[in-house]
Design a protein. Structure first.
Length: 245
C-alpha cells in the first residue's frame, strides 16, 4: 500500500477537450532527478530491460535479437546521449517517459478516445530506473490528438509533418505513418540554411551542400534545430518518384 500511494495523480481536463470520438491521451511534464540519466543503461541491464542505444556504430540493441524483438517484449529503453525514452506496452495501452537530462514527458494513451491512467507497474519501473522520485506528485492533462496536421506556431520553421511528429504521443508509430526515416529516437531531415548551424547541432549533420544540410537528429531536438538563426526551414527529405509513377 505504501508503494502504491507513492505517486498521487491529478487529472486535469484541458479547456475545449472532448472525451468522445476525438483521440485523446494523458500528458504530464516532470523534472528529472539530478543525475538520473547517468547510469540509466546499467540500471536497465540490471533490471533485464532490453535497450537500443545510438552511438558511433549507429543503433545497437542489447538484451534482444533486434529492434523488432525489443519492441515486441513490451518494456524497453532507447538511449541517445542525454535523450531517452522508456516504453511499456500492454495490449493497446502504451505508456512512455521521454525526454532529456532536465525534463521529460510522461504519456499514456490507448490509440483512441479512451483515457487510461498509467499502470502502477510503469510507475514502479520508472522509480526503479531512478527516473521518478518516490512520493512525487504528478499532474496529467487530457490532451486531444488532432485528426489533421496541427498548425505550426508562428516563427517555428518546421514542416507541418515534423511539428506533428514532435507532439505526437507515439513517435515510432507517427514516423511510420508519416513516411519518415526514423532510427531509434532520431529522424532524418533536411535543413534549408543560409549559413553554418550551431556547434551543438553539428554532430547530427550527415552532409551539407548548396544551402541544404542533411541531418539525422533526435526528434526532441527538432524545435531547437528550427530555432537556429541560420535555418530557414526544416523538412523531410524529398523522395524522388519515377517519371510517370
Amino acid at each position: 500500500m505504501v508503494e502504491r500511494m507513492a505517486v498521487v495523480l491529478a487529472f486535469v481536463l484541458w479547456a475545449g477537450t472532448a472525451l468522445a470520438e476525438t483521440p485523446t491521451y494523458l500528458l504530464g511534464e516532470i523534472a528529472m532527478p539530478a543525475g538520473a540519466v547517468d547510469g540509466l543503461a546499467a540500471r536497465a541491464e540490471d533490471l533485464g530491460i532490453p535497450t537500443a542505444s545510438f552511438g558511433a556504430d549507429g543503433l545497437v540493441v542489447r538484451g534482444a535479437a533486434d529492434e523488432g524483438e525489443l519492441l515486441a517484449g513490451g518494456v524497453y529503453l532507447y538511449l541517445d546521449g542525454d535523450h531517452f525514452l522508456v516504453g511499456m506496452e500492454v495490449g493497446i495501452e502504451m505508456a512512455f517517459l521521454r525526454g532529456g537530462r532536465d525534463r521529460a514527458e510522461l504519456i499514456v494513451w490507448a490509440g483512441g478516445d479512451v483515457v487510461i491512467p498509467p499502470r502502477e507497474e510503469f510507475l514502479t519501473l520508472l522509480r526503479e530506473l531512478g527516473l521518478l522520485e518516490t512520493g512525487r506528485s504528478l499532474t496529467l492533462a487530457v490532451v486531444e490528438l488532432p485528426l489533421k496536421l496541427p498548425r505550426v506556431p508562428e516563427g517555428m520553421r518546421l514542416d507541418p509533418t515534423l511539428w506533428a511528429l514532435v507532439g505526437h504521443p507515439d513517435w515510432f508509430g507517427a514516423a511510420r505513418d508519416y513516411g519518415l526515416e526514423q532510427i531509434g529516437l532520431r529522424v532524418r531531415v533536411v535543413a534549408e540554411a543560409s549559413g553554418a548551424l550551431a556547434e551543438d547541432l553539428e554532430p547530427y549533420v550527415l552532409s551539407s551542400a548548396a544551402g541544404l544540410t542533411d541531418l539525422l537528429i533526435p526528434i526532441g531536438l527538432l524545435p531547437a534545430l528550427a530555432a537556429d538563426p541560420a535555418v530557414q526551414m526544416v523538412r523531410p527529405p524529398y523522395v524522388p518518384h519515377p517519371a510517370g509513377g
